[in-house]
Design a protein around this ligand. Structure first.
Ligand code: NAD
Length: 355
């Protein structure tokens, strides 16, 4: 056993079907009676359903959450929270809505109950990314870690097929990097393997039949496991690449993770093949990178940066940004190799083709 340091995060987790009905009890447990319910404009119906479920404990709804937590949206939500004298937030949605709840908690210390409806995993982390004037900054603070997560599988049944796949691969990416990160530990590695295995089982079934309740339940468990990994240990090359492509080139979050994951894995597998062996095994492939690539392809996931909005003329600049501000990664960061990785990802070649 290698030496390690591990600090477990404290969160209450309720998991099941129809658990939206338990949010009222969770508010009562915490002595809260004026919740501001948050959602995106697209999920306002879900916010409405939540407000009905918690009855008089709903102080209001703010259905303006947006991708990458823009600070002006947070300010509008804070004004609404003050107007209705909110004592808590209930966030119903994907990572964008969870991000808004965290941004409010950072500024007010209001307790959060998060009811996730995608597999992004933000609900299990003390991490907040915010954008102001087009710049995305990320911070870690215990102030933003949600107090309670209520997973209701029923609310994920409507997650569209395409987003189910990309969001699921976004989750898998947390666990893949968690297996080789420098501050990994044996408990988190077990959770990472369990998370990947659950999503590897569930996504092909959901891809065929989005109404399969058992597979939806497996996938949501996998998302929690992978989010737990993201919250517990540091990430490396894959997440840094996605941060750069999302922040500087405005690429969509889950799709970017989906396209980059096999390529970043091939880059690092040269250094940490033993740590990634469980991933190769789960996907029944010769390498983790190949297994992830084939898995995504078989689920009709986006396979090229070109198709998700990247411009070829921006690849050089992207590689340059990625090589700046060096950070820990198991394989040395070499700008020409990062450019080769981006090239493979841009054209959708087999991972590692140009390395
Ligand atoms: P999202 O929250 O933006 O959701 C995408 C769209 O899908 C939205 O319109 C949303 O309303 C809709 N949607 C979500 N669940 C649905 C459902 N069950 N049925 C129908 N529609 C549904 O996307 P996301 O990928 O969940 O989250 C991405 C954001 O989360 C990014 O801003 C990313 O940076 C952030 N994130 C943060 C962390 C963290 O730890 N801080 C972790 C992961 C992601």
């Amino acid at each position: 056993m290698q030496p390690f340091v591990y600090e477990a995060l404290s969160q209450r987790v309720v998991f099941g079907f129809g658990t939206i009905a338990q949010v009222a009890d969770e508010l009562d447990r915490l002595g809260l009676s004026r919740a501001l319910v948050l959602s995106t404009p697209q999920q306002e119906d879900s916010a409405q359903a939540m407000a009905e479920a918690i009855g008089s404990r709903a102080a209001g709804i703010f259905a303006g959450a947006a991708m990458h937590t823009p600070v002006d949206v947070t300010e509008a939500a804070l004004a609404k929270a003050r107007e209705v004298n909110a004592d808590s937030v209930v966030s119903v949605g994907g990572g964008s809505t969870t991000g808004l709840g965290k941004a409010i908690a950072l500024r007010t210390d209001l307790p959060q109950i998060v009811v996730p409806t995608s597999y992004a995993g933000s609900e299990a982390t003390p991490i907040l990314g915010e954008t102001k004037d087009g710049l995305k900054t990320t911070q870690r603070s215990m102030k933003v870690l949600p107090e309670v997560i209520v997973y209701d599988v029923d609310l994920t049944m409507t997650l569209p097929a395409k987003m189910t796949v990309t969001s699921g691969l976004n989750a898998i990416a947390h666990s893949v990097e968690g297996l080789y990160t420098k501050d990994r530990n044996p408990i988190i590695s077990i959770i990472a393997e369990q998370g990947i295995a659950a999503l590897a089982r569930a996504l092909p079934v959901i891809h065929r039949d989005g109404s399969d309740r058992e597979a939806r339940s497996d996938a949501l468990f996998g998302a929690w496991a992978c989010g737990t990994v993201l919250g517990a240990v540091g990430m490396a090359l894959h997440h840094k690449i996605c941060h750069t492509l999302g922040g500087s080139f405005d690429l969509p979050h889950a799709e970017t993770h989906t396209v980059i994951l096999p390529h970043a894995t091939a880059y690092n597998e040269r250094a940490v093949a033993a740590d990634l062996a469980p991933v190769a095994k789960i996907f029944g492939a010769a390498s983790a990178a190949e297994g992830l690539w084939t898995f995504a392809r078989d689920l009709d996931a986006p396979m090229t940066l070109a198709e998700i909005g990247m411009k070829e003329e921006d690849l050089d600049r992207a590689a340059e940004i990625m090589a700046q501000n060096p950070y820990w990664n198991p394989q040395p960061l070499v700008q020409e190799e990062l450019r080769a990785l981006l090239d493979d990802a841009f054209y959708g070649r087999k991972p590692g083709s140009s390395l």
